[in-house]
Design a protein around this ligand. Sequence first.
Ligand SMILES: [Zn+2]
Length: 270
Amino acid sequence: MTVAILVVLLGSGVAGFATWLSGADEAAAEAAPVARGFDVVGPRYQPTAADRARTPARITPTTPLVALTFDDGPTPELTPYVLDVLAAKGAKATFFFQGDQVEKHPDIARRAQAEGHVIALHSYEHVYFPDLDGPRAREQIVRGEESLTRVLGVRPTMWRYPFGEASPVADAVLAERRLVGGVGWDWKSSLKGDFECPGADAVTRLVVTEARDDAVILLHDGGDAVTCAAPQWEYLPRAIDAVRDRGLELGVVVPTGRPNGAEETAVVAP
Ligand SMILES: [Zn+2]
């Protein structure tokens, strides 16, 4: 798999907590019941008639697979919606969770795990590793690893750097902890990412443009994406349908067991 890191993400603080709700959406969100025992403050997705009539995807060894990956969660604003859509579409994804977010929203993290998605680590609190010395890099990795292990009961084995920015001292810790650290993403176009709030049409176009066999697509269920206007999130069911219309299916990212090589991870059938 060739993974090119061509963009540097903007800062990812969860500023403007839930400020994206428009007036009408805000009223709907307040009226909506809290479902399944965890906090939900964002939109939910109801399966359509077409979703309910969908036949399960047939994935063969030659089916081209694209992986949707979601970073910076879990959050009550976006993760439940993403999970709703994936369930309605019969699709699996790969989540790069932050340790601090998993501690704040353990039930949402457990829901993602229970629904069969791949869970990987994205540091404890989304730090910029090139600025960190060895001990601080170690703390961000180990503390995040411990958070996911405590909440999910399994140790993460895969890692993505915040902002895609690695450092030699952090690489050494990742190798010691046996965390596969090479998960970047494909971004061959100059289209805007979901964290830049370009709207549903633009994010759908990004996903469809980048979708090809073995592609890893960067999306977010936390961070700056939380501040985008709620209708942007309608991109996800549309993008999944559009990707399938092009003959691709949804895969997940997993370690290959060949650490420190060019093929540390692969996109495989869920
Ligand atoms: Zn991130």
